[in-house]
Design a protein around this ligand. Structure first.
Ligand SMILES: Nc1nc2c(ncn2[C@@H]2O[C@H](COP(=O)(O)OP(=O)(O)O)[C@@H](O)[C@H]2O)c(=O)[nH]1
Ligand SMILES: [Mg+2]
Length: 358
């Protein structure tokens, strides 16, 4: 199968903003598109639709600014997202607490360089919900400078207004890096863990956790509280996610958070890492599809196309892990529907290739 050097280039006239070698996310994205095509009529359209939507969103992201990192502050009502937004922007515009108790829309702030407008438009954030920030206000030291950041203050995930969490769910799909803002009262609340953090364990490379309002915890108990948050995250499959204690209103830990953000922004890897996780998740969903229904006959050409496409879209290690973790799929190797059997054999091909590379 021939794969364009950069698949995004093949789709959009503007050309890609991201560089990449042969194992680049654009190549994997091309693999995903081809896997969707190869599976059409054989895997349910409902299962293929999210993978198709991901294909277009990812291809679009790759044509937009690679110089910017979209960071979303997400969390419960009152955790301190807006206060943190204020603190990071050095502005008093996010409408904290009682002045803006609920927010149905996201507020965005972009730090230079120019070129974030395309991203903001792509996310559907109108100009009136954008805060402009003069770089002359920036007194940050080199290691905390946030040039290239597009920061979003998201609506609360636990709002009683359906439109608020729909907007939040919509926007977390666009973020390159997710910052979950927890607070000492509610950090273990099941809602955020069950609905978002645990299902997004595959996104740990592009996840940070802030324990805000750290000033409300007696000094000698802070480390223990942070350790408890880390324990919960480890149990959820995110053992390596940085957890930063912060007081948005008093400023404690804000520089630590800025330093972490600045490092991610400078590395310019979050957008691609996020898309890679999205593609791995989509490949995993497709790989889990099985069942006993009859499938139409498969030609060797179809079989080869699907094998090759899945090898590429899944990324070697994630796919091997995804396949080998599932006993259902191992069983399907022996008895299952043809697609499932190929997926198993694809995993074996991938594993062989992976071992050969090592
Ligand atoms: N003591 C303390 N209060 C905070 C902190 N961050 C936010 N608050 C307060 O918590 C309330 C809710 O904050 P807000 O930023 O609106 O939370 P949001 O709903 O997540 O946007 C406000 O009264 C803030 O002043 C913090 O770090 N320490
Ligand atoms: Mg708020």
């Amino acid at each position: 199968m021939t794969v364009p050097v950069n698949a995004a280039e093949a789709v959009f006239d503007g050309g890609p903003s991201f560089d990449g070698g042969p194992s680049d996310v654009a190549t994997r994205l091309d693999g995903l598109k081809q896997a969707v095509e190869a599976s059409r009529g054989r895997i349910d359209d409902e299962i293929l639709a999210p993978a198709e939507m991901l294909s277009s969103r990812a291809a679009e992201r790759l044509t937009l600014s690679g110089e910017h990192t979209i960071v979303a502050l997400a969390g419960a009502t009152g955790s301190g997202k807006s206060s943190l937004f204020n603190s990071l922007t050095d502005l008093e515009l996010a409408g904290v607490g009682v002045r803006r108790p609920t927010t149905s829309w996201a507020l965005a702030c972009a730090w230079g360089p120019d070129g974030a407008n395309g991203l903001l438009e792509w996310m559907g954030i109108p100009a009136r919900h954008q805060v402009s920030r003069m770089s002359m206000l920036d007194h940050s030291s080199e290691d905390t400078k946030l040039d290239g950041l597009v920061l979003l203050d998201l609506p609360d995930h636990d709002s009683t207004e359906v439109s608020h969490h729909l907007e939040m769910d919509r926007l977390i799909k666009y973020a390159d890096l997710l910052v979950w803002v927890l607070d000492p009262q509610k950090y273990a609340d099941a809602a955020i863990h069950d609905r978002y953090i645990r299902p997004m364990a595959g996104y740990s490379d592009v996840t940070l956790v802030v324990l805000n309002q750290i000033d409300r915890i007696p000094f000698e108990q802070r480390e223990r509280a942070l350790a408890d948050v880390r324990r919960i995250l480890a149990e959820e499959g995110l053992p390596d996610v940085p957890v930063i204690g912060v007081s948005a209103t008093r400023g404690d830990g804000v520089d630590d958070l800025k330093r972490e953000l600045a490092t991610r922004i400078r590395a310019k890897a979050s957008a691609k890492d996020r898309l890679a996780s999205d593609i791995a998740a989509a490949a995993d969903v497709m790989a889990q599809v099985g069942g006993t229904a009859d499938a139409p006959g498969i030609s060797p050409v179809d079989r080869q196309a699907l094998d090759d496409a899945l090898v590429e879209c899944a990324g070697v290690p994630q796919f091997v892990a995804a396949i080998s973790a599932s006993s259902e799929r191992r069983a399907a190797l022996r008895t299952g529907w043809p697609i499932t059997r190929w997926l198993g054999s694809v995993a074996q091909v991938v594993a062989r290739r992976s071992r050969a590379r090592r």
